[in-house]
Structure formats: C-alpha cells, structure tokens
Design a protein around this ligand. Structure first.
Ligand SMILES: Cc1ncc(COP(=O)(O)O)c(C=O)c1O
Length: 439
C-alpha cells in the first residue's frame, strides 16, 4: 500500500482534548507559563496551536433544545446562568480565553474584557450605582474617571467624596463616615470605594490595607466593593486583590497591551462582583473585539518579560537622572522620600514601575526644550509601551485642570512625565543626557 492510501484507510483518529496541567508534582505553574496555552484547547480549532481569531457575530446552537436551554439560563428561568457562546456582544472564544488569562495574573476568580479602560470603568460604576448613592474615591484619579464620576454620574443623583491618595486610616475613616451619613440623607448607600494607585502624575500610593480595614469597620463589605485602577503597576508590580481590594481595573492599552497598538480595558475579581457588570455589559455592549482580544493574548505571553526589562531600564535611567545638575527632582517609586509612602510601597509593591515624573530645572520653556531634543523617546501621551514616551502634563493631558488644583497636585510646568520602554538602557541614558544638555 502507498503512503497516500494509508492516509485514507487509517485517518488520524479523533483525540479528546488533553486536560490542562496547572500544577506539576504539586508545584503550581506560574502565570508566565500558563499564558502560552491556558484556556485554549487546540483540539477545538482543528489543532491550530494558537487560537484563531473568531470573527463572527453569532454562534450556531447544536439543536433547538440547546437554544432554549441557553435562553432559560440567560433569563434566569433555569438557575446556574447561561453556558456557551450565543452572540458576540455577550462573549466570544477570544474574549473568554483572554479573560481566563487575565484572571490568573491577579489571582482573581473571574475577569471581564472591554473595548477600553474607560469602558471598563464606566460600565462597572454604572452597574454598582443607583440614584441616591455615594461613591468614595482616592484623588487624583485619571481625569476621565474623575470627570465621569463628577459630571456624568451626578446627572443621575449620585454624589461623591474623595480622600488624598496618601491618606491615613483615620483620614479614610472620616471620609467613609461622612459618606455613610450622606448616603443615608440621600436615601442611598455607599456604592463603591474606588481607588487609583499610584495616582497620576504624582505617583502617590494608596494604602489599600487601610482602606479595606476602614471599609470593613464602617460599611458592609458585601454591599460596598473596593475597586482599584492598577494600570500603572499591574499586573507585575502590584497585586491589590492580595491587600483586600475586591475588583482590579485596568487600561489594557498600557503595560498589558504593551505595544501602543491597541485600546482595551478589563476588570477582575470574585464572580459575585463580576456578574452585575457582565449583565450590564451584555445590555450595553463594550466587550473587547475578537481581534483586540487576540492581540492581548499575544501581549500576555511577554508581559512579564517586557515589564521586567522596562522596570530595570527605568531604575538605570532614574539613577542617572537623580543627581543630574539640570534635574530638580524625580517622582519615581524607587526613590521615595516619605516614610509613610515608603511603608505603603513596602507592603503593596513588588517593583517601582517604569513610569515616573521628571522635574526639569526651570519652567515650561526648559521642559519643552528637553522634550523637543529627545531623539529616542517619542513625544506622546500614554504609557506602558515597548517604546519610551515623554509628555508635559501641565501643557497637555492636564491643561484643562484649574491652576489651583494643578498646584495642589504638584503638576508644575516643568514636570515631564516619562514612561520607559524596553530599549537598550545605555542608549536611553545617552538620549536623556543629550536632551538635558540642550535645555
Ligand atoms: C490610570 C488610567 N486609568 C484608565 C485609563 C483609561 O484607559 P483607556 O485609555 O484604555 O480608556 C488611563 C488612560 O490613560 C489611565 O492612565
């Protein structure tokens, strides 16, 4: 018999999917290992080693009974919810694999992906807030988040109170007590404690452990979740769920996507916290599209390598900048000069990150000369990409912030915001040196 006939006579038998290994000899496999295959079964996709991009708006039911069963799950007529895929506004294979992998990094039970960080934040806040509720947040927040809470949610009778990022337990207690009273007056509840750490662009860290202790003492932990935007340090350098946060929020556009070529967001936490947000996402839309989800799966395979290298590069660049005669100061988590902030850092952080503030001696003119002289670093907002980016918040991202608030936050005209990439560190230092010479 010829080989060709062989192949026809004895076709490759169908194999059952191999169960996935998450431990070996009692050793739990690390996220960086699991990123190569977790949640994906090649046997379900013609053996394709990598997940294909599933470009479809809808999914075929096996039969009518399966279709009915699905809708019984969705509508709550059958307990246990809906399983499987039905329509791409709700979910899809790429998004489900991505969400499984995102959960792993933060040690979360469940995760949801979104078309942007702001979609994740706004859908989550809407899912938790009713008219009369109060949100407590740390400040400052990413400007669009602050704007959504202050200007959009206020249209629906939702108010807010805030505390400074570095607040102590006593200061947090006072704000939560005030929020509880305010919610009672308004006929609502404290719907969420929303944090962002480190704050942008001050790099002030929030004491998540103190916030949790305060929430547990003053509010009902089953009613008021603590959510935290971990975009600047996650998933490698901070794991806020370990310190007591309930929901971790990301702009995946930054370090997780990591190549400045996509926009996406996510939240992760216990399933009970994800379910109301999933239900609203099903209604509103806003899930990441399949192509972006696929790109993020590729990004997650290298996120640890990229973040490690960017963190090491930032440490080298900051060591060079620290005593440079044209540098007035640095807002870098590797060089904290405040005992309380250092204490929070030691308890919460696994690395200093690669995004920091550089105060050039002088004012806007000096900062602009520095920025315009840079040859490797690109002049652009955003952060967490493979390439080094630099911008001037006072003149760009924070231009619309009132002067008084800018002064309060330390957003001075000479503040240059830097996100260090994965280039050669000595090349970066050469670039910073020549740009400072040009100031
Ligand atoms: C800390 C932080 N959170 C959220 C966002 C919003 O994310 P996106 O631009 O993906 O909507 C950003 C964007 O810069 C951010 O820096």
């Amino acid at each position: 018999m010829t080989d060709a006939t062989d192949a026809v006579d004895t076709p490759t038998p169908r194999r059952n999917p191999k169960p996935e290994a998450k431990t070996i000899g009692g050793r739990e496999l690390k996220p960086s290992t699991l990123m190569m295959g977790h949640g994906y079964d090649p046997a379900l996709s013609e053996g394709s080693l990598k997940a294909p991009i599933f470009l479809t708006s809808t999914f075929a039911f096996e039969n009518s009974a399966a279709g009915k069963r699905h809708f019984e799950g969705i509508t709550g007529k059958r307990p246990g919810g809906a399983e499987g895929l039905v329509y791409s506004r709700f979910n899809g294979p790429n998004q489900e694999i991505l969400e499984d992998r995102l959960s792993i990094w933060d040690g979360a039970e469940d995760a949801l992906s979104f078309s942007s960080g702001m979609t994740a934040i706004t859908v989550m806040l809407l899912a938790y807030c009713n008219a009369g509720d109060v949100i407590v947040h740390s400040g400052p927040l990413y400007a669009a988040t602050e704007g959504f809470i202050a200007k959009v949610l206020s249209k629906f009778g939702i108010t807010y109170l805030d505390f400074a990022a570095g607040a102590t337990r006593e200061e947090i207690d006072a704000v939560l007590e005030q929020a509880k009273a305010q919610a009672a007056d308004q006929g609502g509840k404290v719907a969420m404690v929303y944090l962002e750490s480190p704050a942008n662009p001050t790099n002030a860290l929030v004491d998540v452990e103190a916030v949790k202790a305060s929430r547990d003492a003053i509010l009902d932990a089953d009613v008021t979740p603590i959510a935290i935007d971990n975009t600047f340090l996650g998933p490698l350098w901070a794991r806020p769920l370990d310190q007591g946060a309930d929901i971790v929020v990301y702009s995946l556009t930054k370090y997780v996507g990591g190549h400045s070529d996509l926009v996406a967001g996510s939240i992760a936490g216990a399933k009970k916290w994800m379910d109301p947000v999933r239900a609203l996402r099903n209604t509103m839309g806003g899930i990441a599209d399949p192509n972006t989800a696929w790109m993020l799966m590729r990004s997650l395979e290298t996120v640890e390598l990229r973040m490690q290298r960017a963190g090491e590069n930032a440490a080298k660049v900051c060591a060079f900048l620290k005593d440079h005669p044209k540098v007035e100061g640095l807002g870098y988590l590797g060089f904290i000069d405040n005992a309380r902030q250092q204490d929070i850092y030691d308890r919460h952080c696994l690395g200093a990150g690669s995004t920091f503030s550089l105060f050039v001696k002088g004012g806007e003119a000096e900062a602009f000369r520095f920025l315009d002289a840079m040859k490797i670093a690109k002049l652009a907002v955003s952060l967490g990409g493979t390439e080094t980016l630099a911008s001037c918040p006072a003149a760009m991202t924070h231009l619309s912030v009132p002067d008084e608030r800018k002064a309060q936050l330390g957003i001075t005209p000479n503040l240059v915001r830097i996100s260090i990439g994965i280039e050669d560190p000595d090349d970066l230092i050469a670039d910073f040196a020549q740009a400072l010479d040009a100031v």
